[in-house]
Design a protein around this ligand. Sequence first.
Ligand code: FES
Ligand SMILES: [Fe+2]
Length: 380
Amino acid sequence: MLKNFWYALEFAEKVTRKPIRVTCLGQDFVLYRGESGAPVCLSDLCVHRGGSLAMGSLVGDRIACPYHGWQYNPDGACVKIPANAEERGIPRKARVDSYPAVERYGMVWAFLGDLPEDERPPIPVIPEHDDPTFRAVHFEMELNANYERTFENVVDASHTPFVHGTSFGNPDKPEIPPFEIRSDDWSAEADIFLSPPPPKGLWGLLAKRKPRPEYVTVTNGWYLPNVVKLHVRLPIGDMLLYDFNIPITQDRTMVKIIGYRNFFTGGWADENARKRIEKILVQDRPVVEAQRPELLPFDLADELHVRSDALQVAYRRRRAQLIAQGWWVGGDDIITTEGPRRNATVIASPTRRDHPELASAWVHKARNGGKPDESARRAQ
Ligand code: FES
Ligand SMILES: [Fe+2]
């Protein structure tokens, strides 16, 4: 799992003045909105006795722990300890990590890492979001699979005729013609020609009046750390899926999807669009949950790649560079099962780097100290 990226953690409408807990990179966070409506993301773990802040309540911009009522500001500093007399003051260790948070494209994103602002990788651009000709639906599903397995699945064009033969792949034409990859440091995409099956159901009704093309151009791409775009140009219009593969832990993934379409843009067709997304995921689910090894290998040579796997190979190469940079949060420094534990660790937030004078003020140790773990080091 990669730190130092913006992660879309939740759909914006679910982040309100009632705090919620979300889990990503094996760590719990609390999300809520301050009085201005701006999203706030803090480590969920109260430094007093490990209470879950998400179970607490808001006092203005602050969140109050449900256990002994300590109140934390959006910057993570505790500003009130109710059991202490006024004059006792607040210990400087009374603070939790606070992660930069923004709302964009109908999602709340948090920067999970400690890089200063000008060094942070960008949030991917989703131009359809502000285009009034597109209509969006939201969908989510939790899978018992590693997020890089589910992420690569969406990037993988050659599985569609086999896994999705009844929805959007064509089992009679499984060949993937050669494609060119356009890439930069944070993304890679390609235009791939896929043979479509005849459209069915509601969408098929409209398509009947149009000639069925032999190939459709599908633009498929990944955006680090975990977003995949699938742009299908159907005879009836454009459909784009932005697929967020959120690593809850190494072996559980919350897949959140924003699906845009520029046909049937009335609300009446939303449920149909959602059902189609669900059908795709239900087809993928047993396949990715059964993949072994469960975690994506570090070494390219540990699986066999062919030409049509070029987008996944590009991902694995770029990931190896980031691991070498120390951005990996791996199995050696987190507890991936739900088992009980005695220590709590967190992802270091930018405050730790911006305020070296607070170096001794952190109760919870920062996870992995920026060093790749052993298994990742071996891969280089
Ligand atoms: S555990 Fe949070 S205030 Fe005591
Ligand atoms: Fe799939």
